[in-house]
Write a protein that binds this ligand. Structure first.
Ligand code: UDP
Ligand code: MG
Length: 318
């Protein structure tokens, strides 16, 4: 019987230092589970350092490796998608190159999926601690998960990493979702299937540094909300109605007050406050609508999610 294939997808952006370390760890693990065949798919997300050269070097040493190099930086979501598109394995794992996703968990994850009894289609990981992370970032991350889980039907798990092992049918389901604005954490939830969660303590990256600034994470969070719930639009509408009612009541009160008591004070400061508040709310709501509109705009353009510049096949031709 042919060996079952496990595809491992690794998205890399400026990971020249981490990649060789990652490869060493991963191949050690696969030496121990030699009944499976490894297919390692490295995606170079427009790195500005020597990541691509590292990939070529690894490819020359190991024919289990494939690599895809983008024409520019398309973001981790695009890189993961490109990797998934090119997998052929019966099982597919998504991993980071910085060893924050320990490859040592893979055999356990496989074991869980292989066990027919528990009917899991996917084993995902979440970190239960956020050590090594700035407290302010942890605070906002927690707040984000609370908010989005209240608003969206799709469940997002706090602390969930992208590190997971999936069966083929789940991967195919994810690939069916061809949207341009990809928010994988939500897509995994959207496609459903039975997921087993493994927990582990946060591990700091082996080399290089994180690519996520606070601002980038903030934008990512907004993207997640816009992609998976339209509740903010409803909130905007409800706020509008609420302000109309308040204004209507105030008008009646003022008319009667003027008729009974006259109008001795001019009320200028309070007027300005009200104008500021109401126009602030209006702009905020317009912003929300704009956010959805811009996503729709990008989606209708049907631009490719990523553009490939070269792969290992180009190297063979030379
Ligand atoms: N990454 C990527 N494209 C990007 C940013 C990051 O492919 O534009 C990759 C990066 O190389 C790493 C993974 O995504 O393998 C996670 O990034 P990072 O470690 O910076 O994020 P963190 O672990 O701090 O959340
Ligand atoms: Mg990392």
């Amino acid at each position: 019987m042919a060996k079952e294939v496990i595809s491992v997808v690794v998205s890399c952006y400026n990971e020249e230092k981490s990649l060789p370390l990652f490869y060493k760890e991963l191949s050690k693990i696969f030496d121990n589970i030699s009944k499976y065949k490894l297919e390692l798919i490295l995606v170079n997300d427009g790195s500005k350092d020597k990541t691509l050269d590292e990939m070529k070097k690894l490819y020359r040493e190991d024919n289990r490796i494939k690599y895809i190099s983008f024409s520019r930086n398309f973001g981790k979501e695009a890189a993961m998608y490109a990797g998934l598109v090119n997998t052929t394995g019966d099982y597919v794992a998504l991993m980071d190159a910085d060893l924050q996703d320990p490859p040592s968990l893979l055999p356990d994850m496989l074991e869980i999926l292989k066990n027919e009894e528990n009917e899991y289609d996917c084993v995902a990981t979440r970190r239960v601690s956020r050590t090594g992370e700035p407290p302010i970032r942890s605070f906002f991350a927690r707040a984000f998960y609370k908010i989005i889980n209240k608003m969206s039907d799709v469940e997002l798990v706090d602390g969930a990493r992208d590190y997971r092992l999936m069966k083929r049918k789940m991967v195919d389901a994810i690939l069916e979702l061809k949207e341009y604005n990809r928010f994988s954490k939500g897509l995994f939830g959207f496609v459903g299937f039975n997921t087993k969660w493994l927990e582990y303590k946060n591990i700091e990256r082996v080399a290089g540094e994180t690519k996520w600034s606070f601002w980038k994470l903030f934008k990512y969070a907004i993207e997640g909300i816009v992609a998976f719930t339209t509740v903010p639009l409803t909130i905007a509408a409800v706020l509008g109605i609420l302000f109309c009612i308040i204004a209507f009541v105030m008008i009646i009160v003022i008319i009667f007050k003027t008729l009974i008591f006259g109008d001795p004070t001019s009320g200028w400061p309070s007027m300005i406050c009200v104008i500021f508040l109401v126009s602030g709310v209006q702009l905020f709501c317009l912003g929300i609508i704009g956010e959805y509109l811009s996503k729709t705009y990008l989606e209708t353009k049907k631009r490719p999610i990523y553009i490939v510049k070269e792969t290992e096949k180009d190297l063979e031709k030379k």
